[in-house]
Design a protein around this ligand. Structure first.
Ligand code: NAD
Ligand code: MG
Length: 385
């Protein structure tokens, strides 16, 4: 029996994780859940899975939940302290890190400090603080198992091989809804257009990141820390069918790939059950029906966010945390209809160009860079609108 804590249980990854838990009650038990903005769903999850501990954002949400649940209410905490208490729960075996954005960093670090294994969906943790997170995980003996489908594919393709034999990683990208649009057309696209992902159903922020291809940029940075390879040895191929989830090329020319239909339950289940596998009721991959798998180079003129992510990774220090924070602010502004799609990349570039301190020695350096970039991004947006 594995005791799980699910940070961000009401989101897309959280719901898929609980779907797997519900199908394997003999293997997994839910110790703690956290949610931010969907109290109705959190209430349903508490009734179904009966966690010992729950955390929400505000004290008002905590009170609402207590009233609705009455005598079956578990202990309900709020704020960052509440998230940290869930993440470091003494009886947990694994923490599923599925909060969206930089808000996931501190709770994930708390889980690592507690020595818990992590099923890592929150890529922003490694983007903003990669070297610090990896060092603490090693020091505390916390294993990081990726949930992100590309990283799960690479993780699986590395199993049984020597790391020293790896030549490069090839991350695949669907190319998002705008792969075939021209740069001129991209200037006109709306939030509703960008929220239509062709292959994956995900939360709003990552769906916009997929449309700008910032998601792939964040994933390159995530891969850099997770697999300890420099940016020059991490390539991106656009693969619109989303069947090959990523690949590892070895020094003898062998390329090992992991394939499957695009369904996040597969990489989530692998992270939960690693090194074993558990049965899932999902449709079989039928390559004969799909017929063709295609690959192409990403267009960095159209998808400037991917280029900016490589640049931030090469610059190092807090540049990736700045990139991430500016992106979060720009994406929210785009979703509110304030800035255009192409301005997302322009805002991030402007923030990255401004002079700033760049040392990354402590989590506080990350938090400071994050705050600085958010305020810079907000000012840049004000100047545009
Ligand atoms: P989502 O928006 O659907 O859910 C996010 C969860 O985080 C919700 O439970 C929400 O209540 C909680 N949350 C949001 N802001 C919070 C805050 N400030 N404090 C506490 N909790 C907060 O997001 P998602 O699509 O499930 O993505 C979660 C993470 O997983 C992201 O980092 C994303 O990049 C990554 N990821 C998602 C997918 C996917 O298929 N959805 C795939 C790969 C990686
Ligand atoms: Mg991914």
């Amino acid at each position: 029996m594995k005791n799980l804590v699910i940070l961000g249980s009401t989101g897309s990854i959280g719901v898929n994780t609980l779907d797997i838990v519900a199908a394997h009650p003999d293997r997994y038990r839910v110790m703690a859940l956290t949610g931010g903005n969907n109290i109705e769903r959190l209430e349903e999850q508490i009734r179904a899975f009966r966690p010992r501990l729950v955390a929400v954002i505000s004290s008002h949400q905590a009170e609402t939940l207590r009233q609705r649940l009455g005598e079956i209410a578990p202990e309900i905490l709020h704020g960052v302290e509440g998230l940290m208490a869930c993440a470091s729960h003494g009886e947990a075996h694994m923490v599923v890190s599925a909060i969206v954005g930089a808000a996931g960093l501190i709770p994930t670090m708390a889980a690592i400090e507690a020595g818990h294994d992590i099923a890592l969906a929150n890529k922003e943790t490694l983007v903003t603080a990669g070297p610090l997170v990896m060092a603490r995980a090693a020091a505390r003996g916390a294993r990081l198992v990726p949930v992100d489908s590309e990283h799960s594919a690479i993780f699986q393709s590395l199993e049984g091989h020597r790391k020293g034999d790896v030549r490069r990683l090839i991350l695949t990208a669907s190319g998002g809804p705008f792969r075939e649009r021209s740069l001129a057309e991209l200037a006109q696209v709306t939030p509703a257009d960008a929220l239509q992902h062709p292959n994956w159903s995900m939360g709003r922020k990552i769906t916009i990141d997929s449309a700008t291809m910032m998601n792939k940029g964040l994933e390159v940075i995530e891969a850099r820390w997770l697999f300890d390879l420099p940016a020059e040895r991490i390539d991106v191929h656009v693969h619109p069918q989303s069947i090959v989830h990523s690949m590892v090329e070895y020094i003898d020319g062998s390329v090992i790939a992991q394939m499957g239909i695009p369904d996040m339950r597969t990489p989530i289940a692998y992270a939960l059950s690693y090194p074993e596998r558990i049965a899932l009721k999902i449709p079989q991959l039928d390559l004969c029906r799909i017929g063709r798998l295609t690959f192409e180079q990403p267009d960095l003129r159209k998808f400037s966010c991917l280029k900016l992510a490589y640049e931030a990774l090469r610059e190092g220090g807090t540049a990736p945390a700045v990139l991430n924070a500016a992106n979060e602010v720009a994406v929210e502004s785009f979703l509110r209809g304030e800035i255009s799609f192409l301005n997302i990349g322009r805002v991030i570039a402007t923030v990255l160009e401004a002079p700033r301190e760049n040392q990354l020695e402590h989590i506080d350096d990350v938090l400071r860079a994050d705050r600085w970039a958010r305020s810079r991004a907000a000012k840049t947006i004000e100047a545009i609108v």
